[in-house]
Design a protein around this ligand. Structure first.
Ligand code: GZL
Ligand code: ZN
Length: 346
């Protein structure tokens, strides 16, 4: 009898040991299979290479969707042409990628190709600018900036500045060097300014697209200076345009700065990526920059990981952004009863 209990104990221990080993073997094999997890194939269509913002965005996306992170990335650059992006998306569909990531040049014209992606069962993630499609189920989710809020914050900053400087609204003479017409960044920033000009009674003299580039920004500013002699604020819808505009203003023998009362022309801008623009901000040549964060790579990685795990990400994922300014007196702005801090740089 004495023998029996020991035997039972030994058998029991043996059984426990066997189960433990099996589970560790099982976890190793599942461990192994996860390490051999099939790479996720992503087709990424970037709109172009027009600005420093775009370069930083591309860099962020490519380093996030890397081989080390388990991705097989097919990257196509559309060279500022939607037709090239549509061709790229059709190629991704043909190659049966697992996901399509699209940074669209402009908002419209995507319904047919996104329907083809949906019919092929390929989820589409939109990055940065928006797509304006009749059926929003054609894309799984979007990550980017609230462009109209960027414009509203900048307009609120201009209102704070001109009011505290004692400049009457009718003496605020603004020109807008717009971004690529039809892009979400242009539509939102333009709306933010034009609605504020209407509400505050500013003189919004003219608006024309500078295509988010330095060269066009310079040309558009030169033509504005040729046609109008009362400009005192230049609203540039990105930093590259602002750099070109400052060149044109100084070439015309005028000064840029915040001292509007003494004939300086104030320049404000968007992005906050370009080193030259940040240097101009410190020097006071640019008075305020609304941050537009380009680092969407990690955010897209997280969205894909959520989808891979069978989760449902938020449909619209906005990134938080601030204002940078070299004018110390204005430390915050309020838009629709929400107050936003201003980062004062010196
Ligand atoms: C904004 C982005 C814009 C940047 C420009 O998210 O789409 O395009 O503001 C870029 O610099 O060219
Ligand atoms: Zn003339």
């Amino acid at each position: 009898m004495g023998k029996k209990p020991h035997m039972v104990a030994i058998l029991l221990l043996l059984a426990i040991f066997t189960v433990a080993c099996r589970s560790s073997i099982v976890s190793e094999t599942t461990q192994e299979s996860t390490s051999e997890k099939k790479d996720v194939t992503v087709g990424f269509s970037q709109l172009g290479a027009e600005s420093d913002w775009r370069a930083a965005n591309t860099e962020s996306m490519l380093s996030a969707l890397s081989k080390e992170n388990g991705f097989n990335l097919i990257y196509k650059n559309g060279q500022q042409k939607q037709a090239n992006q549509v061709t790229a998306l059709r190629m991704f569909i043909q190659q049966e990628v697992d996901y399509i990531v699209l940074a669209p040049e402009t908002e419209t014209g995507w319904d047919f190709v996104l329907q083809e992606a949906k019919d092929a069962g390929i989820p589409v993630i939109i990055v940065d600018r928006r797509v304006d499609v009749a059926d929003r189920s054609l894309y799984t989710c979007w990550v980017g900036s609230d462009f109209e809020l960027e414009g509203q914050k900048m307009a609120a900053w201009i209102h704070e500045y001109t009011r505290s400087a004692g400049i009457a609204p009718e003496d605020v003479h603004i020109v807008n060097i717009q971004g690529t017409l039809g892009s979400s960044a242009q539509l939102g920033r333009t709306r933010g300014l034009s609605n504020a000009a209407r509400d505050y009674g500013w003189d919004l003299i003219a608006e024309e697209s500078g295509e988010f580039t330095e060269a066009r920004g310079r040309e558009v500013m030169a033509s504005f200076l040729h046609d109008y002699d009362n400009i005192n604020i230049v609203y540039c819808e990105n930093d590259n345009e602002a750099i070109g505009a400052i060149d044109a203003i100084e070439a015309a023998g005028k000064r840029v700065g915040s001292d509007i009362q003494n004939g300086e022309i104030m320049v404000v801008s968007f992005d906050g990526i370009n080193a030259q623009a940040l240097e101009y901000l410190r020097q006071g040549k640019i008075s305020c920059i609304a941050e537009c964060n380009p680092l969407h790579g990690p955010r897209v990685l997280e969205l894909i990981e959520t989808l891979e795990a069978g989760g449902t990400p938020e449909k619209y994922n906005y990134v938080p952004e601030t204002l940078f300014s070299s004018v110390p007196e204005i430390t915050s702005v309020t838009v629709d009863d929400v107050t936003y801090e201003v980062d004062i740089v010196s």
